[in-house]
Design a protein around this ligand. Sequence first.
Ligand SMILES: NC(=O)c1ccc[n+]([C@@H]2O[C@H](COP(=O)([O-])OP(=O)(O)OC[C@H]3O[C@@H](n4cnc5c(N)ncnc54)[C@H](OP(=O)(O)O)[C@@H]3O)[C@@H](O)[C@H]2O)c1
Length: 299
Amino acid sequence: MFAITGATGNTGGVVAEKLLASGEKVRVIGRDTGRLARFVQKGADAFAADITDSAALARAFEGATAVYALIPPNISSNDVRGYQERVGDALASALRQASVQRAVTLSSVGADKSEKVGPVVGLHNLEQKLNAIAGLNVIHLRAGYFMENVLPQVDVIRNFGILGGPVRADLLLPMIATRDIGTVAAELLKSGFTGKQSREVLGQRDVSYKEMASIIGRAIGKPELGYVQLPAQQLKPALTQMGMSSNMADLLLEMAEALNSGYMKALEPRSAENSTPTSIEVFVNEDFAPRFRAKAAMA
Ligand SMILES: NC(=O)c1ccc[n+]([C@@H]2O[C@H](COP(=O)([O-])OP(=O)(O)OC[C@H]3O[C@@H](n4cnc5c(N)ncnc54)[C@H](OP(=O)(O)O)[C@@H]3O)[C@@H](O)[C@H]2O)c1
């Protein structure tokens, strides 16, 4: 049986679907069993647990041959780093208590750094906590920059006619669609890997926001669309208006600085092993452009 945290989310949902489709026994974990019903219809067992509750998680992991573990984002928290540590401790304690043999975690490019990479410090510490568990075989999937991070730009384009953000326009980012992360994680969970390792997943190719703006522009019929790098003091109020706590906005801006300076970057050279199929063009055409058109139609 495979236990999946964050099962209603971007990556966990794909992990659960892929494992169910290949006939595996799956236990999906989330805060509300109602939201997990679509997996139950396909044969999964649903388990309601808060990810900070180690006793509940240990029960959820009981009997699992492998676990997909992640730290759900908590963007409205005033202490995001404290929350991440609580989740990391709960996951580690539950994996120990349930004597789980194998785990795949969702980590990030930059998790080699123990400071100055914003929320990615929490993922660095998660890796350390799980590496300290004797007898646990674990792969930390250090994912690149999610293509889904670009979705809030639907509103930025509609309100300001540009793409805007804190990273440099020409900075090449290993952009990955979360569906590809889920696919890789499902395959790894089924494989009988041993040992403890970190492994990067970097998407189909590196893409800059400048290139992204022209790809989006073509897809939504605004070929002149450009990207503007905005200063932190201008962005922070916009981020908090979108529902982020001041603390989360600061962490995000710290991460952007780490990316811009090159301090936070992929360590592996791109290869067939760490590249995944979904291109930014496919993501824009299948995910971004339909959302943009739907919003435009509602206005
Ligand atoms: N954005 C990036 O570029 C990037 C890059 C690399 C790594 N990452 C990492 O990726 C992770 C996010 O992965 P994702 O996008 O797959 O997640 P996601 O879509 O945000 O899904 C997380 C799921 O966790 C569940 N959840 C939230 N709070 C919970 C709680 N207190 N207890 C139990 N379950 C809870 C939610 O389901 P319910 O509502 O059903 O409970 C939610 O669907 C983060 O750790 C982030 O740092 C992000």
